[in-house]
Design a protein around this ligand. Sequence first.
Ligand SMILES: [Zn+2]
Length: 380
Amino acid sequence: MPSSNHLDNRDIQKDARAWAAFTGSNYTAALRQMKSPLAQGLLGERLSARKLIAMLSEHPLIGDRDGSPRLGENGVNSEQAWSFVRDVDFIELALVADFLRLFPVSDAGTGSGISSYTLKHTAEEFLKPHCSYVSNGRLIWVAAALGLPLSSVEYDINNPNLMVGVTEREHDYVRRAADPAKPAPQGHHYRPAGFQHLEAALQQASTGTLTAERWNEVVSEPDPAPFHDWLLLQLGRRDAVGEVAFHYSAGVNDSDHDIAHQPEEFLNILDTVGASSEFYAAAERAVAEWAAGGVRTDRISGSSDDVEGHGAGGGTIERYDYYCPCGQGEVLEEHDNIPGFREHDVRLLCERCRGSWHFVEGRSVRDWALWPTVVNADAS
Ligand SMILES: [Zn+2]
């Protein structure tokens, strides 16, 4: 039986023959490219030249239609034919494949995902100096060979770009990390799992010491972050805590800082980013709410009216309106302080909030607090 090494060699030779024929180059030059350490797949399988070539006839979106090519150097429906002029074309395509393998796959329904044109620029920044130019067409071509979801850009069939189904947050992280003009990410929750491996391998290749093995994906453990989850649920509140949640969420999305699993980490983040004393006070209120196990919203209005009694003397009726957490409805707190007719009641008058919030049990009506139902439902 042939060794797997022997099979790999046969595979590489077949690829070299196919690539030489496709590009009109000579076999030896093609074989040298196929054997390059950078073309062996740093994050996954070696990119197959034959599969790549087959995409141009077989792929449902980019394959030939009635014998005329649909993908060229500039993208789909591009007049510009491929131009394979350098002896590193295939190595560069293999590197683009590893770049695209960084990202989790997302659904590329019409219009979603990331534009091939945006991805090509990120690839150029990230793969420098090994590959400093990536055409739009080549980016799409490799994405097709990897089986990534592709879709046309909505409402514009003449657009040369396609939407590629990779996740936006991870892409934004890599773009920011690769662009020297942008501040380096300060939080790493959206760093793709293979990012450090690929970065290190490219670094080694620059100094001629590429020794990195193919990356073996490590399945990460679940990472519970109850404070983070709770704070994101406060988004949309029209008060200081809602404001805190808004800025925190924007900072997480932009990788300006890490996520805060617990309030302690949140306070450290505030310190690091240099929060204003005003913002710090609002943040303290958020932490206090979290610690108290419930949310108190801002009061809209309140009244206390004297009323006639029912034979046993007069009393008062108190009525307080508070915003509900989403701000569209309200929390109504009422007290009937009438001898012989005492009643205390608090109600959540909002259809939207009723599904996602409940009153913390075991508290008096005056001390009511709301707790998000979807998080930590046993906390009350
Ligand atoms: Zn509401």
